[in-house]
Design a protein around this ligand. Structure first.
Ligand SMILES: [Zn+2]
Ligand SMILES: [Zn+2]
Length: 330
């Protein structure tokens, strides 16, 4: 990339001050960082390249002649507070790899809430090489610190310049901890708290607990972990809103006379008393047996079984005899 192109890409004039350039670059880098700007991941790379071209030129306008190295200006390292230098080393932002973990819970657990142990693998940035995959090694040069840099003092100000002997040659070793990957696999164990009132296909997200994506201005950036819930079906109980709902079958006689019945609840079997003359689809409510920490209740819907045609005929004839008149049953 030549200098004119670089200025064009950053949309600035070539007489912009170093400070203005730096500020302008930071705002562009924020705007087009691949974590926030997904339309064109190359844009960020291009901006970095343009910025580096301009700063390289300002730092060292006669690059081909190392004798005239001014050792002045600032370098992209100044931006270490903003982004890790790995972006400038050509590492591309990866596609976000979220982690999804299926978790199955019982019906009762879905109503009262539960905890589940969590165990999964994720990738983390390699601390040994700061995610670079490479570690700098002494380049053997005796004129500098062995890493191509020379510190010079001018009055109270010190400058870091490039070593003239080795031309700042960098020598690196592949990181042995991560085998040059820049990241390694970590086994995560923990627990996830599942709140009361969850349904099948509800998804909980654990933000930033997934795979290493990149460094950004806030530090290391990790993908999310999603806990996808499946609630095991119960044969008699179901969850409707915050209410547990079940059906109770009553014969016509039980519905007319009233009765006592055992019903299944989230808290085991409970005895309920049905008063006389209840109607089909009447409801009985058991408070405190719905979704925990909500006003939800256990609603028992009464399903009254009507007599078959034969039995109905008999009942009608009995009633007719008794009253000497046809009586409507319902
Ligand atoms: Zn490493
Ligand atoms: Zn040197």
């Amino acid at each position: 990339m030549n200098l004119n192109e670089a200025y064009k890409i950053l949309q600035i004039k070539n007489d912009i001050s170093d400070d203005e350039l730096k500020t302008h670059y930071k705002s562009l880098a924020r705007k087009y960082h691949p974590d926030v700007y997904r339309d064109d991941p190359n844009k960020f790379k291009l901006i970095n390249e343009a910025y580096q071209t301009i700063t390289d030129h300002r730092e060292n306008p006669h690059k081909n002649n190392p004798q005239i190295n001014s050792g002045f200006g600032f370098s992209v390292q100044d931006l270490g507070d903003l982004f890790s230098s790995q972006f400038f080393n050509g590492r591309r932002a990866k596609q976000v790899q979220h982690i999804t973990i299926p978790v199955s819970i019982s019906f009762v657990e879905s109503v009262v809430g539960c905890e589940r142990p969590l165990k999964y693998d994720r990738t983390v940035k390699c601390a040994a090489c700061s995610g670079q995959g490479q570690k700098s090694r002494h380049n053997g040069c005796k004129s500098c610190d062995g890493f191509g840099k020379i510190k010079t003092q001018k009055g109270n100000v010190s400058f870091v310049g490039t070593c003239m002997k080795c031309y700042g040659r960098c020598e690196t070793d592949t990181c042995k901890i991560c085998n040059g990957e820049g990241e390694r696999t970590e086994n995560v164990t923990g627990t996830v708290n599942i709140a009361p009132g969850r349904h099948t296909d509800d998804t909980l997200s654990l933000r930033g607990r997934g795979n290493y994506i990149s460094d950004n201005m806030f530090g290391e950036n990790y993908s999310d972990v999603f806990i996808k819930i499946t609630v095991e079906k119960d044969d008699t109980l179901e969850l409707v809103g915050n209410d547990v709902v079940s059906h109770l079958h009553l014969t016509l006689l039980e519905a007319l006379r009233g009765c006592t019945q055992q019903v299944k609840t989230i808290d085991g079997m409970q005895e309920v008393t049905i008063s006389k003359m209840v109607k089909n689809k009447d409801e009985i409510q058991l408070s405190g047996l719905g979704v925990k920490n909500t006003p939800g209740t256990h609603r028992i819907i009464l399903d009254v079984q009507y007599p078959d045609q034969d039995t109905l005929d008999k009942i009608i004839s009995i009633l007719e005899k008794k009253n000497g008149d046809t009586v409507k049953l319902y």
